[in-house]
Design a protein around this ligand. Structure first.
Ligand code: HEC
Length: 378
């Protein structure tokens, strides 16, 4: 029996499986990525100089020593209530008992009571049929009691405005005055109301610790925000980046160069560090040791123009300088050094490397407050 066709088909099938696994499925997974951030904005491709700089970065092998991959780490959640529901009620247990900010939440409910009582009074007064003096009197009293409750809390104006914001009710001028709030709010006060939030977990809690709280807030139909906060996340804590690098950071790269080794620092967010530091960045690329500090980075002098200057000739303003012990001089004494088009493109590329805006799959992670950094909340 001739088995050749079967063997041929078997081999073909086996080989095509590897094509399937190693070429087709990764292409499907990565090829499906879109610039759309899901909030109406989109990632923008690199243009102009920065795009050319990508090539300079590649041809000089910067990626041998520099990665562009801020790694993830442990984080906890800061849970913030931003709005209470009009009908739902948050229980103390949802918030976690005695918290310093709790008075604001209590006050927010009192504001809601005031608004409700004022509405009820309006309805009574507006009735054309079955209007009764007794009912009006009762409604007036109810409102007065609610207002008294608000005032009895004795919170300062800032906390009161915060509570008003959380409560989601808006009081008219008269009612504001009655409650001890300004009739007309100024810009800062308006902002306080609009951006009001009450933090109920500091941010070192893990998800499992706050899951029950989140469920209770959901049940009470409160609106809240979950902000990740780095607890054990070296790249975030060392200010390498604001968030983790993800594959979409390389979406528009002609050649993705995530790098392999960190002989030099990670550059995923170097653009944020180079703002307004063109001269220093050039000086560093021209000669990493120009400031007198030792460095394992090689100099890239060929990316610059060098022109000899005489001793009494003034340094051109475009020349790259270093300042050592308050003394500003050329990065190469005796020469005026200026960047070539390639160096300018390289810097533009470096400046385009930023991970300081959030992606849905990689939210910005806040840095824990200095006092609690490194410690885990019980
Ligand atoms: C042989 C390894 C090596 C190569 C190749 C290299 N670097 Fe570096 N780089 C380093 C080291 C080490 C440091 C940190 C010490 C220092 O500041 O000099 C550094 C620092 C830097 C910094 C400062 C980073 C920061 O966080 O502020 C920048 C920017 C930089 N390199 C850019 C480049 C560019 C652009 C290239 C390619 C043209 C390149 N490097 C090639 C090793 C390297």
């Amino acid at each position: 029996m001739n088995k050749a066709p079967l063997v041929f088909l078997g081999v073909l099938f086996t080989l095509s499986l590897s094509w399937w696994g190693m070429v087709y499925s990764p292409a499907i997974q990565l090829g499906g990525e879109t610039p759309d951030k899901g909030d109406g904005t989109a990632l923008k491709p690199r243009v102009g100089l920065a795009r050319q700089g990508e090539q300079v970065y590649r041809e000089n092998g910067c990626y041998y020593c520099h990665t562009r991959t801020a790694t993830g780490g442990q984080f906890g959640y800061k849970l913030q209530i931003t709005r209470l529901d009009l009908n739902g009620t948050i229980t103390d247990s949802a918030i976690g008992g005695a918290d310093k900010m709790l008075p604001v939440i209590k006050q927010a409910y009192r504001f809601k009571a005031v608004a409700k009582a004022a509405d009820a009074l309006k309805t009574e007064l507006g009735k054309t049929e079955g209007k009764s003096d007794a009912a009006i009197k009762a409604a007036k009293e109810a409102k007065a009691t609610a207002v008294k409750e608000v005032k009895s809390a004795e919170l300062n104006l800032e906390k009161n405005l915060k509570a008003l914001g959380i409560s989601g009710v808006s009081l008219d001028k008269d009612l504001s005055l009655e409650c001890g709030l300004p009739a007309e709010k100024n810009a800062t006060q308006k902002k306080l109301v609009a951006n009001a939030q009450v933090t109920i977990t500091s941010g070192i809690k893990q998800w499992s610790d706050i899951e029950a709280k989140v469920k209770k807030l959901k049940a009470a139909k409160a609106r809240f925000r979950l902000q990740p906060v780095a607890s054990d996340w070296p790249d975030r804590q060392n200010l390498v980046a604001m968030r983790q690098s993800v594959s979409r950071d390389f979406l528009f790269d002609a050649h993705a160069m995530p790098g392999v080794m960190r002989i030099g620092p990670d550059l995923s967010n170097v653009g944020g560090r180079l703002i307004g530091a063109d001269n220093d960045a050039y000086a560093h690329i021209y000669n990493p040791q120009s400031t007198g500090k030792s460095s394992h980075m090689p100099p890239y002098r060929y990316l610059f123009h060098r022109k000899k200057i005489t001793e009494d000739e003034a340094l051109p303003t475009t020349a790259i300088t270093v300042t050592i012990k308050g003394d500003k001089r050329s990065v190469e004494p005796g020469y005026a050094v200026t960047p070539t088009a390639k160096a300018r493109a390289l810097l533009a590329f470096l400046k385009s490397l930023r991970t300081d805006s959030a992606l849905p799959e990689a939210p910005i992670v806040e840095q824990a407050a200095a006092t609690s950094a490194g410690t885990r909340e019980k």
